[in-house]
Design a protein around this ligand. Structure first.
Ligand SMILES: Cc1cc2nc3c(=O)[nH]c(=O)nc-3n(C[C@H](O)[C@H](O)[C@H](O)COP(=O)(O)OP(=O)(O)OC[C@H]3O[C@@H](n4cnc5c(N)ncnc54)[C@H](O)[C@@H]3O)c2cc1C
Length: 361
């Protein structure tokens, strides 16, 4: 466009090709060619990356939400299929004695896939809302201290939310595909689409490996570690407040164990990451997952507390709260122990990871 608003010569920007992608076919991705194109400065000179990150941080939260959303849809389909598909008999005697076989939801290994999915989805949903609350506080709180804490948390949680929710969201989508057996691999059933669509979320808006580096390289150290120390303080306070609550005990014990391990991993990074940056890079994936698991342990403790409160105050007959507590117990007993493996791996540092010469690959 000319300065006076009239139509100018065409700029040298053209679409070279529409990419053929593994998934997200409803969203066109193209190659853009810039042939002697004229560029226009947006914002201040040399502040482009800074401006881009305003968009990028929002986008990373949105992509984390995609990871959870794909997983939730995959789970809803898998749960319905598991109640419908008849195959084999329950190990503890027929549950559908008049039928030719039992529905596959009676099999413990099918339950494992469904419970992994369900406990992830509900934890992820809580984590998204919890983080969104800090987004609101950051923008709307009249209290400067509250805004500061909210800003610190948003910075710290963004790479965790993006990478943990998309790594696990993809894993859950493939597990839900597995619930379908052979039908999971047949396009007609639609499960392969969730797997294809969820795969991109681990890659775009910064590959998940980069989220791990952002967490250990930038976010932990920002403002002298103010954000991570505030998070540890919040967890310590919650644990101390509920330490003698016998109904909440398994959730508090799980949270305490995860928090202690995250703290140990953080201390290990402080002691070993600065002297050899490869140690920080080697630990970053496991540290991020240890962080995600700890955040989920906190979410489950909060949800268990709310459910127990609701049950004691008129909600005893509502199956919602019982299901919440049972799903939370599953998370604590069968998912949360993964923290120990992540801590053990991250503490090995970069030695065995980097030992092989590049030309040996
Ligand atoms: C469908 C689709 C849509 C997209 N849409 C957009 C868009 O709208 N706008 C846009 O700007 N971009 C877009 N992208 C680009 C996307 O953001 C990048 O592909 C993504 O951030 C990864 O960058 P890369 O492809 O350059 O991978 P690379 O940087 O080459 O990374 C390759 C691998 O190496 C790892 N790696 C790279 N550097 C390091 C490091 N320093 N330390 C450790 N590991 C490292 C990565 O984690 C990754 O596993 C899109 C991509 C796709 C596939």
């Amino acid at each position: 466009m000319n300065a006076d608003g009239s139509l100018g010569a065409r700029n040298g920007v053209s679409c070279g090709k529409i990419e053929e992608k593994m998934g997200i076919h409803g969203n066109a991705t193209c190659v853009l060619n810039y042939d002697d194109a004229t560029g226009f400065l947006i914002g201040e000179e040399n502040r482009g990356l800074h401006a881009m990150f305003t968009m990028m941080n929002v986008a990373r939260l949105g992509v984390g939400l995609q990871g959870y959303a794909q997983s939730e849809t995959a789970y809803q389909n898998a749960a319905a299929y598991a109640k419908d598909r008849l195959q084999g008999r329950s190990l503890t005697g027929p549950k559908n004695a008049d039928g030719p076989a039992d529905p596959i939801i009676v099999h413990p290994d099918v339950r494992r896939m469904l419970m992994d999915a369900r406990s992830f989805n509900e934890g992820a949903r809580a984590f998204v809302f919890w983080t969104a609350l800090y987004g609101d506080l950051l923008n709307k709180s009249p209290d400067e201290k509250v805004r500061e804490k909210a800003g610190d948390y948003m910075g710290l949680m963004t790479p965790v939310l993006k990478a943990y929710l998309t790594d696990k969201g993809y894993q859950t989508a493939t597990n839900c595909q597995q619930v379908y057996g052979g039908h999971g691999y047949i396009e007609e059933w639609g499960m392969s689409q969730f797997v294809r669509d969820s795969r991109i979320a681990m890659i775009y808006e910064g590959a998940n490996g980069i989220q791990g580096l952002d967490l250990v390289g930038r976010k932990l150290a920002a403002n002298g570690g103010r954000a991570i120390f505030a998070f540890f303080n919040e967890l310590d306070q919650f644990i101390a407040e509920h330490d003698d609550d016998k109904d909440l005990k398994p959730f508090i014990e799980g949270l305490k164990s995860a928090k202690d391990q995250l703290q140990e991993g953080t201390q290990w990074l402080m002691a070993n990451g600065m002297s050899n940056f490869d140690n920080a890079g080697a630990a970053s994936h496991d540290y991020l997952h240890l962080f995600g698991l700890t955040a989920f342990a906190y979410m489950w403790a909060l949800m268990a507390k709310a459910s127990l409160h609701a049950k004691a105050n008129g909600g005893a007959a509502d199956p919602f709260y019982d299901a919440k507590l049972k799903t939370g117990r599953y998370f604590v007993e069968r998912v949360l122990p993964e923290t120990a493996a992540h801590l053990a791996k991250l503490k090995t540092g970069s030695q065995s990871l980097m030992a092989l010469a590049a030309d040996a690959f």
